[in-house]
Structure formats: C-alpha cells, structure tokens
Ligand binder design. Structure first.
Ligand code: PLP
Length: 441
C-alpha cells in the first residue's frame, strides 16, 4: 500500500479504486487496499514510485521493458514521429515508411524462411492473428477442416477469447467461458512421447496422442512458447522443440512459436527457438520489439504461407486500426538499432553467467530453494519444503508469493508463479542492459 504521506497521493489512490478496473488483479482486494504502487519514473533497471521510493525492476515490468528505462533514442524516435505524423492507417493499401522498414528489418533478423510480417498492437493480437491466418491458409489450400489448435498446459498466450483459451493456466483459461473454444491442451515437454514412444509416461496427454485421437486433418497448428514464461519459466528439455517441429511436419500441421517474451534477445539469442535450432512456420512477437516504449506486436509468416496468402483475391478480413502504427514502428526500429549497436545479446549471455553464480550461492545457502534455471535473462527458481526429496510446501503455504512480497518490501520487484497447487516459482527477468554489479545487488 502507498505510504500515507501525501494527501494528493491518497487522493490518487481513492480515484484509482473508484474508476480504474485493473487487469489481472483481484478486484475485491483492490477495492479494499488500493494500488500497491503508483509508478512515476524510471532510469536503467530502476523505477520510482510517486513517493520517491526506488525499486530494482527484476522482471522488466511484464517481461517487456528489455532495454530498461530512460533510453533517449527510443523516446526521441517516438517524439519525432509523433510530431511529424502520429498515426496513419495501413488499411486499403495505405502504408508508411517506418512500418515498411521495420517489416524488412524484423524479417532480416528472423530465423529460416520467415519472410513477411503482419503488425498488431501486442501479444494477444499477434496470437489471435496467427490462429486466424493459419486457419485461412488451410482454407486456401482446400483443407477447411483444419481448424483446431493444440497448445500446452502452463502456457500463456494472451487474454482474448481464443488466446485465453489457448492459455493453459487455469485462471485465465476458465475466465468468462474462454475454455469453450476449440483448443486442445497437451502436457508440456514429453519429449519421448513426441518422438513416438507410446510406452513413455503420460503418452495420452502428448501432442502426438492428440493428433492420433483427433486426426491431423482437423488440426491447423500447434502453438508454444520456446520457454514457458508466465506459467513459471519452464525450459524445455533438449530435443523437445525439435521433436514437436518434426511431428508437425510429418502431419501437415503448422508450428507457431509464441516469442512474445523470448523474442528480441531475452534468451541470449535473437529469438528463443534459436536455442534449439528450430524454425517455426509462424512466429508471434510483441513486448521486446519496442521494449515496452510503444504498443506493438507482429506475426511473421514463412515463405510458403506468405506466398499462398498473397494470392487471395478478396479482402483480407482481418486487421487492427493500429496495425503498422508509424510511431510504434519508429520505436521498434530504434529498439532493434539499440540492440545491435550496444551488443545487447552479448551482454545477456554474460549476465546469464553472473545470474547463475548468484543462483549457486542461493542454492547452497537457502534450504528451500531449488531448480534454479536461466536461459539468457529469462530465469527463475522454485521453493520447496525439501528440495532433496522434492517435497513441495503444503497447499496453504504460498511461499513464492511470500518471497516476492518480501522482496518488494525491500525494493526489488520479482514475480510469483504459483498457479498450480503446491508449486512455488519465483521468476526473474531483469532488463537486458543490466550489468554485473546490478546482478550482484
Ligand atoms: N504470449 C506470451 C508468451 C506472453 O507472455 C504474453 C503476455 O504476457 C502474451 C502472449 C500476451 O501479450 P499481450 O499482453 O501483449 O496481449
């Protein structure tokens, strides 16, 4: 709660409770307690609240402020474009230079034959767009029954009806009836099953088994995050992504990589899939494309899908007012420029090592801490009653939330992932510009 020092701030809090419905917040708690913090400014990896308290942002806010706060190049790019032409449409054949250049730039850094870009305003719109475009692609191929999407439990794909349905975190998946959409949820990371071992544990919950039961002729695509983020920073076992990609190829099913968190350097490669040398058919990005300085997302399509789609001779019945927003795209161009000029990927790889040193120290000195992991600066750990025997805490003990609250009181922002019973995960994903001293701090 806000420290009650300043009547003006008390008043802000009161207005907030009255008028502002907050996303992903417990409304009843909010009405009782008001905002936990009202942010006011930021610099580097740190943010300040309206009372002047300074916090280290250990999760880049929502895994998106990848270049940290106060980056002048990004602000200047937005300012310049806002003054020149704040907005123009990309409908009806209209275009703008920033969107054109950013489309070319994103394709140039993308893996394999990802060849063209559809712009959106964020991650949910990107995944929603991907679902619609893959279904449209199969329609154009004369395979109109291919409509279903397979996603993974614990995955997060967004908050629209279909992306909420694809999300495998119960609270999001069930909210407002989203679960009724035509989406199948497989158990994550069953590498042996996906490779074809029918005797492996949990085979019935594998993607392979779902394809067998449902029929590949009904399935449009499989979607997954290379590293699951909001579900608790779950890194796939070696060979998993490759196995799923191969399974998709064998069954004429498209592979959509949700790179909304992983994309643009978070994992130490430009895109998460590159850690496993997989080239998706469709790749969805958002967040890091502008480091959170503007609302932007994009869907990348491989050559075959792009070439098919451009043969469509009726209006493409999909698009957003802000698709190809010139100011957001200006920030996107400045972000990619910053990533390259400042060797951010190299920094991520170096800071991953520093973070792992810190994890080693914590594991040796904290008896409840286990399963530390980091791919680049996408990291986390678990809290257990007894890590040696992998005994979880009792269901009533929300250890991750306790740790995150305690860190917050000590001016470090982290994130708890405790959606599953008895699983207590703390996520760490600092801005990619973090230095050694800051990691140690
Ligand atoms: N996909 C992933 C992997 C995400 O982490 C998120 C958001 O956290 C989304 C999609 C949805 O993005 P947005 O909140 O921008 O709609």
């Amino acid at each position: 709660n806000i420290v009650k020092q300043n009547t003006n701030i008390d008043n802000l809090s009161k207005i907030d409770k009255e008028y502002f419905i907050h996303p992903t917040t417990v409304p009843k708690d909010f009405i009782e307690n008001g905002p936990k913090i009202i942010f006011s400014e930021g610099k580097g990896i740190r943010v300040k609240d309206v009372n002047g308290n300074e916090y280290i942002d250990g999760v880049s806010m929502l895994w998106n402020v990848n270049l940290g706060y106060g980056q002048k190049e990004l602000a200047d790019a937005a300012y310049e474009q806002l003054n020149r032409l704040p907005y123009c449409s990309s409908f009806y054949g209209y275009s703008n230079e920033n969107a054109i250049r950013l489309a070319e730039k994103v394709v140039s850094v993308a893996p394999g034959d990802l060849s063209a870009v559809f712009f959106t305003s964020g991650g949910s719109e990107s995944n929603e767009t991907a679902f619609k475009l893959v279904r449209h692609y199969w329609d154009m191929k004369g395979l109109s029954d291919k409509k279903k999407i397979i996603s993974l439990k614990r995955g997060y794909h967004g908050a629209t009806i279909s992306t909420g349905s694809a999300t495998g975190i119960i609270g999001f998946h069930n909210f407002s009836g989203s679960k009724d959409m035509d989406i199948l949820h497989a158990k994550p990371h069953l590498t042996n099953c996906e490779l074809g071992d029918k005797t492996a544990p949990d085979y019935d919950e594998s993607i392979r088994s779902m394809i067998e039961k449902t029929g590949a002729d009904q399935i449009a695509a499989v979607i997954m995050e290379p590293v699951q983020g909001a579900g608790g920073v779950h890194v796939p076992p070696e060979g998993y992504l490759q196995a799923v990609k191969k399974l998709c190829e064998e069954n004429n099913i498209l592979f959509i990589a949700d790179e909304v968190i992983c994309g643009f350097g978070r994992t130490g490669k430009m895109f998460g899939v590159e850690n496993w040398d997989v080239v998706p058919d469709v790749m969805c990005v958002a967040k890091g494309i502008t480091s959170g300085y503007a609302q932007l997302g994009a869907v990348l399509l491989n050559k075959e899908i792009r070439d098919t789609l451009v043969q469509y001779d009726q209006i493409l019945g999909h698009g957003f007012t802000y698709s190809g927003h010139p100011t957001a795209c200006a920030v996107g161009l400045a972000t990619l420029d910053f990533l390259e000029k400042n060797n951010i990927l190299q920094n991520v790889n170096e800071m991953e090592k520093e973070l792992k040193k810190g994890f080693k120290y914590l594991e040796e000195n904290h008896r409840h801490l286990a399963k530390t992991r980091a791919v680049g600066l996408l990291a986390g750990f678990e809290l257990m009653q007894d890590p040696d025997t992998e005994t979880p805490f009792e269901q009533s003990i929300r250890a991750a939330r306790y740790v995150v609250d305690h860190c917050f009181d000590n001016k470090l922002i982290l994130r708890a992932a405790d959606f599953e019973h008895q699983v207590n995960i703390v996520a760490i994903a600092p801005p990619l510009i973090i230095n050694k001293q800051e990691v140690e701090e």
